[in-house]
Every structure is written in structure tokens, then in C-alpha cells.
Design a protein around this ligand. Structure first.
Ligand code: NDP
Ligand code: 2IT
Length: 449
């Protein structure tokens, strides 16, 4: 698979050093394969060990989180923060609370974040954190106590100019509030140390909407530039029903698309009349209920057990917005057989390598996560700017900047693919364009002899 000795050697060494870390190795392999034309044309990258350095986190924190549940029982979870790369700015990236979290998952997310954050054009390095804590079925008090226990250790390692966490799966506005409160209590400073904060204490307008909206802005630009087309009149399928999926549904609908399906980890709903987003929001944002409940409230809708079968629904645009490796080779084949035009990744690494290969080979427009879901962290960057200024922009100002950033990202990745002889391959384009700024900074900042 590898054509250059250098990339191959670095991948094999990474594999040997990180045995069993499947998600992390999957993410590294894709990036190193894309970077082969870049390392071939720039021998200084090998001379200065850039690839060896970029696959090794600057710092990895793993810690015990002890908390007490509502029955008075002591519970222990594992916490993580991977401070992956700070060449272009303070570490920046979300925190995930989900039972599937392990070192491999957090490292793949932190690694991807380096390139994503670079693509936004803002000064943010890459990081990620989380815990194997399962928020499902926990009371509000349990969530609060867990967040406080988690932050009691994390607070020692983060700061508004050092490392700025945010939300991800299982971490939304409620959790960020509790985490922020505990940081402030411990450090006695009110700073922009987290993003995604509530609007009353330093949060940015449009951060809640940013990832889903940004995904649709980039998809619209891709449809427009590569197919002279748009969302208008398109049938759209969106997996997930969390933060990213909900606001992707809202924007896709505003742009003239009809979203006919959404899911959670149990199953999916199909609504031929177009998803009623108010119902989904009520269920997911207010009641924290399961998606199956939708069919009890909306006539004509169907519920099917098993979230993966959502990709069998005929659609023009597919937006995977749930989790990693949720769209595999078989799902890609179904989408292709049903005439899909575009797939854009709202989740991080939702498509398996087999799916990406099949979609690209079939000529389906494919926007990779690093570019397509960068709107969330981009507006996090804008939240940091507003916190530094101690001044807030309006929703329209932030949304306008987000649109500009997403259009820019599309053109940068499109142009990078063309420049390195892989025109139209936006996966390679995103990896290359994201890498260029980070590697330039690493070269400029030197190494200790
Ligand atoms: P949420 O916790 O708000 O929602 C997650 C959604 O995905 C839920 O519907 C959840 O269903 C579903 N899901 C989670 N795990 C699985 C699984 N193993 N199998 C099937 N479905 C699953 O998270 P977000 O919307 O914030 O995040 C979704 C994706 O977007 C993640 O990949 C995240 O990394 C990525 N992302 C998030 C950003 C953000 O700003 N929030 C920014 C960029 C990317 P259930 O409720 O049943 O668990
Ligand atoms: O994957 C991601 O980009 C996020 N979860 C958002 C990170 C952030 O710092 O806003």
C-alpha cells in the first residue's frame, strides 16, 4: 500500500508501538498514505523527523476518576487527556463520555484534531479527552458529581493558553457548565478554559449549531463547485440524533433538502414527510428519551431496530453524524446502489477505509470529517477570541464567519488535492492542507539537540 520508504517505516513503527490501538492506527494510516506525495517532494520532512514526531503525542494523561453515585456507592472510571500537538496553538479538542472510550479512541480523535484545527485557519493545536463513564441513565446529580471529580484532576493540566477542552459525545452544555464551575472553584480564575459554555457565562452564540451548520455549508459548497448542484430538492439521511445530527438536520432543511431519517444507537426512524425536528429536539435535548418515541408523536413515521440499517434508505445526500466506523463497506455499496450523490462526515471517522474507497471509486462526492465537521471547533476558536476580547459577537456575525471558514476549507482541500496530483480526492486534500501549516510550524520552532 505504501509507496515511500519513509511513510511505510513510520507506519510500521507506530503499529509496533501501539499494538491493539485499532482506531488510532486506522487514522494514522490514512494520513500517512495521503502524505506520501508531500514527503517525496519535501525531503526536509524526513530529515527533521516530522512524521515520527507528528504520530507521537506530546503528552498523554490517564487518571482515576472516583465519584459517589446516588446510592452512596463509590464508582471508579478512567479519565484521559491527550495533548497531541501544540505547534500552531494551545491544545484544543473535545471531551467524550461514553463506555466505549479507551486510549485508542482518544488518540485517534486527538490525532485527527491536529489537522482539523489547522484547516480552520485559527491558532489551535490538537488534543482530545474523555472517560469511559456512561451518562445514560444517570441522574443530574450523578452527572454533576462525575464532572466535578473529572475536572478535579484535569484542572491541573489545562488553561486558556495551554489546553482548552469542549464537548463531544455525551458532553454537551450541561456537562460543560459543571466542568467549568469546578475549574473556577479550584483555580479561582474566570477564563475561557472551556468552550461550548452557556451564553450567560462566556459561551458563543452559534456554537451549539456550529458543527451541523458547518457540515451543511461545506457540503453545499462541494455540491456547488463539483457538481453545479445544491441541497435543494435532495433527500437526506442523517445518522445520530445528538448535537451534530440535530443541527445538520436543521440546516439541510433550511437549504431546501428533505431529511427522511435519523437514528440513535438502538435504531432509526424513517419519516417520508420529512423529519419534524421540533419533536426530535424535545425528545433528545429536553427529555433525553430514545428516538423510537418519535413514532408515537408523528403520524406516518416508522421505527426500525438496529441503527446500521439506516444506510439502506434511498437518499441523495448521506450525513453520518453518530460515531466512528458506523458506515462500512456494505453500507457504502447500498448507498451507491441507491444513487447517492454526496457523503459528508459530521462524526469523526464514521466511514471505514473500505467505505471511503468504494464511495470514491463510484464517483460519489466525499467530504472527510477533518474538513466537514470542523465548524464546531472553528466556532470554539471564535469563542476563545470573544473571551479574550471580553466582547460578544451576534449570532449573525458568528454564523457569517463560520460560513466563510467552511467555504475556505473546501477550497483549500480541493486545491491541495489538485496541487499534489490527486484532483478530486478530498480525503488526501484535507490531510495535506491540514498537515502543511503544522509541519511548517514544527520546522520553524526547531528541535532540541
Ligand atoms: P451526542 O452525544 O450529542 O450524540 C451522539 C449521537 O450518536 C447520539 O444519537 C448517539 O446515540 C449516537 N451514538 C453514539 N455512539 C454510538 C454508537 N456506538 N453507535 C451508534 N450510535 C451512536 O454527540 P455529538 O453529536 O456531539 O457527536 C457526534 C459525532 O460528531 C461524534 O463522532 C463526535 O466526535 C463528532 N463531532 C462532534 C462535534 C461537536 O461539536 N459536538 C464537533 C465535531 C465532531 P445514543 O444516544 O443512543 O448513544
Ligand atoms: O471533534 C471535534 O471537533 C469536537 N468535538 C469539538 C472540539 C472543540 O474544541 O470544539
Amino acid at each position: 500500500m505504501f509507496k515511500t520508504e519513509y511513510a511505510k517505516k513510520v507506519y510500521e513503527a507506530t503499529e509496533a508501538k501501539n499494538a491493539g490501538q485499532d482506531e488510532y492506527l486506522q487514522a494514522v494510516k490514512e494520513v500517512l498514505l495521503s502524505l506520501e506525495p508531500v514527503v517525496e517532494q519535501n525531503p526536509v520532512l524526513q530529515k527533521k523527523g516530522i512524521l515520527e514526531r507528528i504520530v507521537e503525542p506530546e503528552r498523554q494523561l490517564m487518571f482515576r476518576v472516583t465519584w459517589v453515585d446516588d446510592n452512596g456507592n463509590v464508582q471508579v472510571n478512567r479519565g484521559y487527556r491527550i495533548q497531541f500537538n501544540s505547534a500552531i496553538g494551545p491544545y484544543k479538542g473535545g471531551i467524550r463520555f461514553h463506555p466505549s472510550v479507551n486510549i485508542s479512541v482518544i488518540k485517534f480523535l486527538g490525532f485527527e484534531q491536529i489537522f482539523k484545527n489547522s484547516l480552520t485557519g485559527l491558532a489551535m493545536g490538537g488534543g482530545k479527552g474523555g472517560s469511559d463513564f456512561d451518562p445514560k441513565g444517570k441522574s443530574d446529580e450523578e452527572i454533576m458529581r462525575f464532572c466535578q471529580a473529572f475536572m478535579t484532576e484535569l484542572a491541573k493540566h489545562i488553561g486558556s493558553d495551554t489546553d482548552v477542552p469542549a464537548g463531544d459525545i455525551g458532553v454537551g452544555g450541561r456537562e460543560i457548565g459543571y466542568l467549568f464551575g469546578q475549574y473556577k472553584r479550584l483555580q479561582n480564575v474566570f477564563t475561557g478554559v472551556l468552550t461550548g459554555k452557556g451564553l450567560d457565562f462566556g459561551g458563543s452564540l452559534a456554537r451549539t449549531e456550529a458543527t451541523g451548520y458547518g457540515l451543511c455549508y461545506l457540503t453545499e459548497e462541494m455540491l456547488n463547485c463539483m457538481k453545479n448542484d445544491s441541497f435543494k430538492g435532495k433527500t437526506v439521511v442523517i445518522s445520530g440524533s445528538g448535537n451534530v445530527a440535530i443541527y445538520a438536520c436543521q440546516k439541510a432543511t433550511q437549504l431546501g433538502g428533505k431529511v427522511v431519517a435519523m437514528s440513535d444507537s438502538n435504531g432509526y426512524i424513517y419519516d417520508p414527510n420529512g423529519i419534524n425536528l421540533d419533536v426530535v429536539k424535545q425528545l433528545k435535548e429536553v427529555e433525553r428519551a430514545r428516538i423510537c418515541e418519535y413514532v408515537n408523536r408523528v403520524e406516518g413515521a416508522e421505527y426500525h431496530e438496529g441503527c446500521r440499517n439506516i444506510w439502506g434508505i434511498k437518499c441523495d445526500v448521506a450525513l453520518p453524524c453518530a460515531t466512528q466506523n458506523e458506515l462500512d463497506g456494505d453500507a457504502a455499496k447500498k448507498l451507491i446502489a441507491n444513487g447517492v450523490i454526496a457523503v459528508a462526515e459530521g462524526a469523526n471517522m464514521p466511514s471505514t477505509p473500505e467505505a471511503v474507497e468504494a464511495l470514491q471509486a463510484a464517483g460519489v462526492l466525499f467530504a472527510p470529517a477533518k474538513a466537514a465537521n470542523a465548524g464546531g471547533v472553528a466556532v470554539s476558536g471564535l469563542e476563545m477570541s470573544q473571551n479574550s476580547m471580553r466582547y460578544d459577537w451576534t449570532f449573525e456575525e458568528v454564523d457569517g464567519k463560520l460560513q466563510g471558514i467552511m467555504k475556505n476549507i473546501f477550497h483549500n482541500i480541493y486545491d491541495a488535492a489538485e496541487k499534489y496530483g490527486v484532483a478530486g480526492d478530498l480525503v488526501a486534500g484535507a490531510n495535506i492542507a491540514g498537515f502543511e501549516k503544522v509541519s511548517n510550524a514544527m520546522l520553524a520552532e526547531g528541535i532540541i539537540y
